[in-house]
Structure formats: structure tokens, C-alpha cells
Design a protein around this ligand. Structure first.
Ligand code: ADP
Ligand code: MG
Length: 730
């Protein structure tokens, strides 16, 4: 046994003999019987609330009518009773501060009485408004610390839910979070505002088409996000300070086997992982999160879970709940769930494909190509609006998914590149080409075009093939924005998407209206507008392979943005055009937008800074000592052999090679320590640029030198679990 008695081997043994902690929750066949049972949903409200109160609340939830504050006491009472029946002792206003995570502060239902005893207290005011001392949430300068007041406000459109744990249960009330000046300090408020903006514009557009839509009162944006994640054994996780502190491995040589066999994707799901997945699903169903799909992803150890789409606000809340469940449940199975965008270098990272569409309150999907010619025209109109929106605001979309973590993923030939373009598929592209030429003839689809004639054909549901490389793909009856990162809140990307499409619909509707006013027949008026859109914005359409170097050149020729990293992208938030957009549609005012830009910079700087400190610490206290011990072993061996009268040529050579690697490693480490020594300036901007331009390259150099050592050092000297263990031991 080596004197370094491989700790790693003990870890492997521990990982092999995992066991379940607590009670595994398996799905019963009848999902209906548990679905939503821990939510204060429509059925419960109908049952527990007086009829008038229920009707009035419904008007708020379904039609967006203002909430009647008088109802609050009645709703609060019913909600509390229901929560207590489910074992809740506490309640919390659950909100989404600009950290991108969720926040909660628990209050007990029970208030002690003066003179002994206690009363249960939860009034309408407790339900509607909370007042967390919120000075430690990022506000990007909106709220000075001396104005610590922040308010949380009940969002009646997202059902309250109960979170159970070993020690009891808590009633969680989805809320918005604002400063005392009324500015949004969270991701929910702008999302709701953007949904409202889109609804108004889409309703206006729908009125163009015909009177059929008289019964439509609201248009919702819908989102279904496919969540990718890694699971690794917790024994490995705790031996890796980088994973514990930063969520990703800062060291790790490429394993002999990675994902090249392509045998993991859709492969059969390992037993332990399946047990985990069903447990996650069980808990999600109880909270009304409609998860549907599960499968292995491309990388070893990587999986995906996808819910059925819902209205964006609820989908965003559910996304957060789901990530929480995923992380918590992993521990029960001796696993850790990694949501980082790039936990393992050289192995696919994790994203969150954001499937997006618009739907009327009568259930009509506005991006459904549809059965009838008339609907097709309407479809083409909304589709054109998305094309225009994405082209006009490529930079903003890119900025909406910017983070230090996602930078490792975007453009690494596994995820969409940082260049935003649209995949339309052959058939739709063909239709738009014909619209541009204005010629109704087409060999591909003869009587497709017409807009002048009422005969537009039925488009197949899945027009064209799939394109996995596009950042923004039309997939049958929705667009899929694939650049969103796995750990990210989907709220901001959807806020951006809703706002830019609202703006495009607004402009296109205005243009059609103007043509109509000039006495053009409707179909001609519409055709002229669509033609204009496609001739101006076709540069954004690209159906080819987004990973190729040719596309990068081509995109440059077309004048598309290539915002390679977070800072380049986030600078675009300062563009006057961006400001105007958000102000016009009342989604973010200038201060709110500035605050978000500031937080992007701040988070970027802090993330990289923490990584760099962790990297230096591990290099100095784990890797360098291991390498030096090996040098010592080798040197001792050389001397011992020489004393035996033999020239140990091979050992001497090994000694010299390893010594060179140590020199290389040490000088890279010195450089890292040097750039870590200061932050590059006083402002958050200076610090962020210092991180990007000085610190990240220094970290990468240390990592590269460490990878060489990892391959040269004896297995029992290497102090960290290696990629092949973390990815393949299940
Ligand atoms: P894929 O082909 O990408 O696997 P799926 O049909 O399985 O596509 O759907 C992926 C996601 O898209 C799911 O979450 C699904 O609910 C969602 N989705 C489907 N239709 C819509 C829509 N109209 N709006 C938003 N999301 C949708
Ligand atoms: Mg998909």
C-alpha cells in the first residue's frame, strides 16, 4: 500500500455502496390523484372560498382585472386553514430577487399572546404585502442601504404552494418584490409587465384578421423549458473544493473516454438515477409542476427533465421550484445535482431550451401553422413579427442569457454560438422567399403563396427537419431559444422575448393599418408588410450548421452581432435603443434597466473572482504539493538505484519531465497569484474587465498545466476525483 493510501479509492468504494436516505417517493400510476395536491389551486379555491370572492379572484387571475383588496382577508383565512390542514406552521413570501435565485423568510402562523398562550394569525395584509428588510439583495444601486425597505406583493395569478420538509411544512406565497419607490427589484414584475405589453399588441393585431376573435380577451406567452443537468456521486463532490465553491470543476484532464461514443444520449437510465427522477417527478406533481419528459443527455452523467408548457409567469415560478426539488432530492440518493452551465471542460454543458409561443385565452396558439388559409396568414404575420424582433434585438437576446458560466458554453461547438440567428426550416424559408418575390408560383409548394389568393396550404406540423445547432429555432408550432443557461432563471430571457415581439407586432400592425387606411385590400396590405419584413430581416435566418467557421464569417458579412462573452453582451443593455424599447412598453424604466446591467457586471466579476481564488488555493495546497511529493519519490529512487550501481536512465528522464511540468505549473500559478492580487480597479466595470482579460486567461493556463500533471502523476498521488470517476461511476 502506498503511503499516500489512495483516498480516491475509498471514495470510489463509498460511491459504489450508496443508499437512499429517507423515504423514496415512487410514482403511483395515478398522477391525477396527486397532481397539485400541495397547491392552493383553482379547485381548492372554488371549494374553500365564498362564491363571490372566488369569482372576483378569478377575474383577476384570468382577465387581469385589478385585485380587490377587500377580498384579501377572506382569501387569507381560507388559505391558512388549508395550509394548516397540510401541516404548515409557517408562511413565507416567496420571491425572485435579482440574484436569479429565490428568496424566502419564514414567519410563524402563531403569535404568542401577552400573558401566555398563542393565537394563529394570518390576515389579508400578511397575504398581500410583506416587508422584508431587503437591504442585502442586489439592487444595482436602485436602493441605498439606508433605504432598506423592500416590499413583496402577492401574485394571485401563481398558486401558493406548500413545501414539506422533515421538520414540518411552509406555505409559500409567490410574490413580486419592489423597492419602496415602486421599482422592480425582482424578475417577476418585468416578466408580468412584458406579458401585458405583448397581450395588448397581439390583441390589436388579432383584430386585423377578423371578427372571429371577439371572444379573445387576453394573449398569453407560453413557455416550456427543457432543463439539462448533471448528477454525480456526492462522495466526489465533497472532495472537489471547486465543485463545492463554484459549481464547476476548475481542474480536470480530458478522460480517455468522454462522450465520443455517443452512447449516453437517450440510453437506458441507470437504476439510481431513475429512482431519483421518479422522486423528483412525484414531488413536482404534488406542487402542480407538469413535468413530462425525462431522458439521458449527450454527456455521460447528464440528463434532462422537461415540463409541459404553461403561461410564462407560472412556468418561471415552476422552473425555480423544479430546480430546488432537483437539488434537494439528489441528496437523498447520495447524489449532487449540478445545474452549472459547464461543470466539466471538454464535455457538453447544460442549457435550458426555452420553448416559447403565444396563445389566446381561448387556447389558440398563434404560432400554429394551422388548418385553414386564413389562419395561415395570421400565422405568417406573427411568425414575421418574431423574425423582425429577433433581428432587431439580437444583442438584447444575447445579453439576456449572459453569465460567466454560460460563456463557457455558448460557442463551444456543443451549444448554440453567441451569434443569434433563426432556424426556420426549409418549408417556411421557402414561403417567406416567395413572399419576398411576390410570385405565387412555386415548385416546392405550388399554391402556397398567394396571399393575394385565399388559397394557402396547410403547413405540416413539423415543417422541415431539426437543427440542433441553432440558437433560435422554429420547431413546428413554437420557437425554441436554446442559449438559455441551465442554472438561470428563465424570467429575464422571456421578459426580453415578450417585449421585443410586442414591439414588432406593434410596428407591423401599425403598418398594416396604414395600408388599409390607404384603401389597400386586406390581403395586399398584409402581403406588402410581410414582404417588407422578410426583405429587411432575412439576414437573421440561417438554416445551416451554426458550429462552422464559415457561418461565423458569413454572419459577419451579414452584419450580425457576435457578442462572444458576457461583458460584450451586457454593454448592449446601455444602448439607447434598448432603453427606449423597455420604456415604451413600460417593462423597465431607465433606472431598473441600469440596475440590471450593473448586477450583470457585478455577478460576473464576483463569479470569476471566486473561481480564481479557488483555483489558486487548490493549485497551491493540493496539486503543487502532490507533484512535489512525486518529485521527491523520483529523486529518492534515482539515488537509491545509483547506489546499487545502476544508472536509472528512465527514472532520471521521468524526474526531469515531471520537474519541467512542475516548473510550468508553478510559473502559471505565480501569474494567477499576481493577477489575483488586485481587482483591477474600483468600479464594478473595471473589476469585471480585469477578470475577463487578465484573470480568466491566467486561470486557464494553470488549468492546462495541471492537466499535464494529472496525466503524469501516479494515480495514488493525485488529490482530486478525476473526470472518468465523476462521470462514469453511478
Ligand atoms: P422537442 O422536439 O424539442 O423535444 P417537445 O415537443 O418535446 O419538443 O417540446 C419541448 C418543450 O416545448 C416542452 O416543454 C413542451 O411543453 C414545449 N412546448 C410545446 N408547445 C409549446 C408552446 N405552444 N409554447 C411553449 N412551449 C411549448
Ligand atoms: Mg427541444
Amino acid at each position: 500500500m502506498s503511503k499516500y493510501s489512495s483516498r480516491r479509492h475509498d471514495v470510489l468504494a463509498a460511491a459504489k455502496s450508496w443508499s437512499v436516505r429517507g423515504t423514496p417517493q415512487q410514482l403511483t400510476a395515478d398522477i391525477n390523484s396527486i397532481f397539485g395536491e400541495h397547491t392552493f389551486n383553482m379547485e381548492v379555491m372554488r371549494e374553500k372560498l365564498p362564491k363571490e370572492v372566488f369569482q372576483s379572484l378569478l377575474a383577476t387571475i384570468d382577465k387581469g382585472q385589478p385585485l380587490d383588496p377587500k377580498l384579501a382577508d377572506v382569501v387569507a383565512l381560507a388559505m391558512k386553514e388549508w395550509a394548516v390542514e397540510h401541516g404548515a406552521t409557517h408562511f413565507t413570501h416567496w420571491f425572485q430577487p435579482l440574484t436569479g435565485l429565490t428568496a424566502e423568510k419564514h414567519d410563524s402562523f402563531v403569535t404568542p399572546n401577552v400573558g401566555g398562550g398563542a393565537v394563529a394569525k394570518f390576515s389579508g395584509k400578511d397575504l398581500i404585502q410583506g416587508e422584508p428588510d431587503a437591504s442585502s439583495f442586489p439592487s444595482g444601486g436602485i436602493r441605498a442601504t439606508f433605504e432598506a425597505r423592500g416590499y413583496t406583493a402577492w401574485d394571485p395569478t401563481s398558486p401558493a404552494f406548500i413545501i414539506k420538509n422533515h421538520h414540518g411544512a411552509t406555505l409559500s406565497i409567490p410574490t413580486a418584490f419592489a423597492s419602496w419607490t415602486g421599482e422592480a427589484l425582482d424578475h417577476k414584475i418585468p416578466l408580468l409587465r412584458s406579458m401585458e405589453a405583448l397581450s395588448q399588441q397581439a390583441l390589436r393585431a388579432l383584430r386585423l384578421f377578423d371578427g372571429l376573435h371577439a371572444n379573445v380577451h387576453k394573449v398569453y406567452t407560453t413557455v416550456g423549458s427543457e432543463q439539462e443537468y448533471f448528477l454525480i456521486d456526492e462522495e466526489f463532490f465533497y472532495r472537489r473544493p471547486d465543485l463545492v465553491t463554484t459549481g464547476r470543476t476548475l481542474f480536470g484532464a480530458k478522460p480517455p473516454r468522454g462522450q465520443e461514443l455517443e452512447d449516453h444520449y437517450f440510453g437506458s437510465i441507470p437504476e439510481r438515477v431513475l429512482a431519483y427522477m421518479t422522486d423528483v417527478e412525484y414531488q413536482s406533481y404534488r406542487l402542480g409542476v407538469p413535468v413530462k419528459t425525462r431522458h439521458n443527455e449527450v454527456a455521460p452523467g447528464q440528463y434532462e427533465i422537461a415540463p409541459i408548457f404553461e403561461n410564462s409567469n407560472i412556468a418561471a415560478d415552476h422552473q425555480q421550484i423544479m430546480m430546488q426539488i432537483m437539488k434537494n432530492t439528489a441528496r437523498k440518493y447520495g447524489l449532487v445535482c449540478l445545474l452549472h452551465e459547464k461543470p466539466f471542460a471538454g464535455i457538453n454543458g447544460s442549457g435550458k431550451h426555452n420553448n416559447w409561443s403565444m396563445s389566446t385565452d381561448t387556447g389558440m396558439n398563434l404560432l400554429e401553422p394551422g388548418e385553414t388559409p386564413h389562419d395561415n396568414m395570421q400565422f405568417l404575420f406573427f411568425c414575421a413579427a418574431v423574425i423582425k424582433a429577433v433581428d432587431n434585438y439580437q444583442d438584447l437576446l444575447r445579453a439576456s442569457v449572459a453569465s460567466a458560466a454560460n460563456d463557457h458554453r455558448l460557442g463551444a461547438n456543443e451549444a448554440p454560438p453567441a451569434i443569434i440567428s433563426i432556424f426556420l426550416g426549409e418549408q417556411l424559408t421557402d414561403i417567406f422567399n416567395q413572399i419576398e418575390k411576390g410570385k405565387p408560383e412555386s415548385s416546392k409548394s405550388k399554391d402556397l403563396l398567394g396571399l393575394g389568393t385565399p388559397v394557402l396550404p396547410h403547413l405540416p406540423r413539423h415543417a422541415g427537419d431539426r437543427n440542433r445547432t441553432s440558437p433560435f429555432a422554429f420547431t413546428g408550432n413554437k420557437f425554441e431559444f436554446r442559449a438559455v443557461g441551465a442554472s438561470q432563471s428563465i424570467s429575464f430571457p422571456n421578459t426580453v422575448l415578450n417585449t421585443i415581439v410586442a414591439a414588432a407586432i406593434d410596428e407591423l400592425t401599425g403598418a398594416v393599418e396604414a395600408n388599409l387606411k390607404a384603401k389597400m385590400p386586406f390581403e395586399q396590405a398584409l402581403h406588402a408588410v410581410l414582404k417588407d419584413v422578410i426583405s429587411k430581416h432575412k439576414r437573421i435566418v440561417f438554416n445551416g450548421d451554426n458550429y462552422t467557421a464559415e457561418w461565423h464569417q458569413e454572419a459577419e458579412k451579414r452584419g450580425l452581432f457576435n457578442l462572444r462573452n458576457t461583458l460584450a453582451a451586457v454593454e448592449r443593455l446601455h444602448d439607447p435603443k434598448t432603453m427606449k424599447l423597455f420604456e415604451k412598453y413600460r417593462v423597465l424604466n431607465e433606472r431598473e434597466l441600469e440596475a440590471r446591467a450593473e448586477i450583470f457586471f457585478d455577478q460576473y466579476f464576483k463569479t470569476v473572482n471566486i473561481e480564481a481564488e479557488t483555483s489558486a488555493m487548490m493549485a497551491q495546497t493540493m496539486i503543487l504539493p502532490a507533484a512535489i511529493r512525486y518529485l521527491h519519490d523520483l529523486a529518492t529512487t534515482v539515488n537509491a538505484i545509483k547506489q546499487g550501481g545502476v544508472h536509472p536512465a528512465g527514472v532520471v528522464q521521468t524526474l526531469s519531465e515531471v520537474s519541467n511540468l512542475v516548473d510550468e505549473f508553478k510559473s502559471a500559478l505565480d501569474r494567477l497569484l499576481e493577477v489575483n492580487a488586485d481587482l483591477g480597479g474600483d468600479t464594478v466595470h473595471e473589476k469585471a474587465y480585469h477578470m475577463r482579460d487578465k484573470v480568466l486567461p491566467a486561470m486557464n493556463a494553470v488549468r492546462a498545466a495541471a492537466a499535464k500533471l494529472e496525466k503524469a502523476l501516479p494515480d495514488d498521488h493525485w488529490p482530486l476525483p478525476v473526470y472518468s470517476e465523476m462521470l462514469f461511476v453511478k
